[in-house]
Write a protein of this length. Structure first.
Length: 487
């Protein structure tokens, strides 16, 4: 709320004699203006609700108001001031180094990510190149087989036409021979009948008549076998032609045995053509024996199946809540937490809630009893008897100052005094920081030399982990101050 000048000034002076009017203090209460301004209650112009602030000239006299002044002391550098200034500069230098290291790590991470992406792309290119070469090889083989098949087809067509002509010729020749033999046989039978009549004999003539051949199975299915044939006498001969042979053997199945196609084992699956969103992969097997003589045809020589059908942009999949952590405090309201485990990480443009969001990190209060209710009648502080290891790291640098260091020692003594459990182990480390830039680089591990941790880095174990809390307390009283503070 803005106040009038007459109310704000200690002497309740309206300052009318300076022509300021009833203006409020210079403010920017709503942040709407770029400069300092103030509401005005000047009745001279009711349309003016605010105006830029015109600060009061500090040289104007004021009734009953004394002007205060600040005397600037001369700049002097002492041992304590130098130590504090040195700490500030080294802190700035350390911050710059930390930022440099962080940026270096970020660059390394980005470079590694780029290299990985480049490697993945090159791997995919190599896989696709291999598939392309295999496809080109298959195309060349198929083209060659097509040409050979076309040539074989032309040869087979030519040979088929030759066989047809030869068959027609042989059948005609066979038919002509058969007709000639039948004509001769007919003539012979007539001559025989006339001869019997001329000799005065009764022409009772019966030629031997036999059945058709009965064939037994061939001894081999291909590449040459033997087959037995037999026939029976239907009518025995009477003054006629004797019976022909009733049994015979002949060759059979002289054709080549069929050779079925044989293939090798499947190759390994190729890499998937896509990392996500659905791709294909293939595997091959080669023909080791080509089919011949109407043998079994070859099965498929390649096989394709889908792969990586999952979406390229997938949100993470969260599991159930984990177990609650231990309570942060023994009494007077502590907190415990639990987290949700990520079962499946996000992929591509998929999202996943922040690890510290409410979806993945939960808190609840615990140990709400007051600490006073847990104190015994003879104590004013709780005593730590938990099974814990406590390391106290005490700042002894120049920027802490002697007063701050004394407060740290007081707090440390009180804290150690309340750790008396048999399972409590306490360690105390004092640090003050290096005094020079070279020492800072050496203590930070940026140089190959090994520093002296106390003289160079200002860091020393006063006591390592020990159950002798009393010894730790006595050690704190013997700590030397860094940078010349008195002991």
């Amino acid at each position: 709320i803005c106040k009038d000048w007459s109310v704000a000034w200690p002497d309740q002076d309206s300052l009318d004699e300076y022509g300021l009017g009833e203006h409020s203090f210079c403010r920017n209460p709503m942040g709407e203006k770029e400069t300092i301004w103030c509401f005005t209650t000047d009745p001279g112009d009711p349309n003016v609700t605010w105006e830029y602030c015109q600060p009061l000239d500090e040289n104007l006299p004021s009734k009953g108001l004394s002007k205060s002044s600040c005397t600037i002391k001369a700049c002097k550098l002492g041992e304590a001031t130098c130590s504090e200034t040195r700490d500030r500069f080294l802190s700035m230098y350390g911050g710059i180094l930390d930022k440099y290291n962080q940026l270096t790590e970020d660059i390394a991470d980005i470079t590694a990510s780029c290299d990985k992406s480049k490697g993945d792309i090159n791997s995919e290119k190599g896989t696709e190149g291999t598939r392309l070469r295999e496809a080109e090889g298959d195309l060349a083989d198929a083209t060659k087989q097509g040409v050979e098949s076309e040539q074989e087809e032309q040869q087979a067509t030519t040979f088929d036409e030759f066989l047809k002509k030869e068959y027609a010729h042989q059948m005609k020749e066979c038919c002509d021979n058969r007709n000639g033999y039948m004509s001769q046989l007919c003539g012979l039978k007539k001559i025989r009948a006339h001869l019997y009549q001329a000799s005065g004999q009764e022409a009772k003539i019966t030629d031997c008549e036999v059945s058709e051949w009965t064939d037994e199975p061939c001894s081999a299915s291909c590449e040459g076998g033997t087959q037995k044939r037999s026939r029976a006498i239907i009518a025995p001969p009477v003054n006629g032609t004797m019976c022909p042979p009733l049994e015979m053997e002949r060759e059979c199945n002289m054709h080549k045995c069929p050779i079925g196609c044989q293939v090798g084992v499947w190759s390994e699956w190729t890499a998937c053509s896509a990392g996500c969103g659905g791709g294909v992969r293939t595997r091959l097997r080669h023909v080791t024996v080509e089919p011949k003589y109407e043998g079994m045809v070859c099965p498929e020589e390649s096989e394709t199946q889908q792969c990586n059908p999952e979406d390229c942009n997938r949100d993470c999949e969260l599991g159930d809540w984990g177990e609650w952590s231990g309570c942060s405090k023994l009494c007077h309201v502590g907190h415990r937490s639990r987290r949700v485990k990520v079962l499946l990480e996000a992929k591509g443009q998929g999202t996943c809630s922040d690890p510290d969001s409410e979806e993945r990190l939960g808190f609840e209060e615990c140990n709400k009893d007051t600490c006073m209710s847990k104190l015994s009648s003879d104590r004013s502080y709780l005593e730590c008897r938990s099974k814990v290891d406590v390391v106290l790291v005490i700042d002894g640098s120049g920027s802490v100052t002697k007063q701050g260091f004394d407060q740290s020692m007081n707090m440390t003594s009180r804290l150690l005094a309340n750790m008396a459990g048999a399972d409590v182990e306490v360690g105390v480390l004092v640090f003050g920081g290096p005094k020079t830039e070279e020492a800072l680089d050496e203590c930070s591990g940026h140089l190959t030399t090994t520093p002296d941790w106390w003289t160079d880095c200002g860091m020393r174990w006063v006591t390592h982990l020990t159950r002798n809390v009393g010894q730790a307390m006595r050690s704190t009283l013997q700590w030397p101050y860094r940078y010349g503070y008195p002991g």
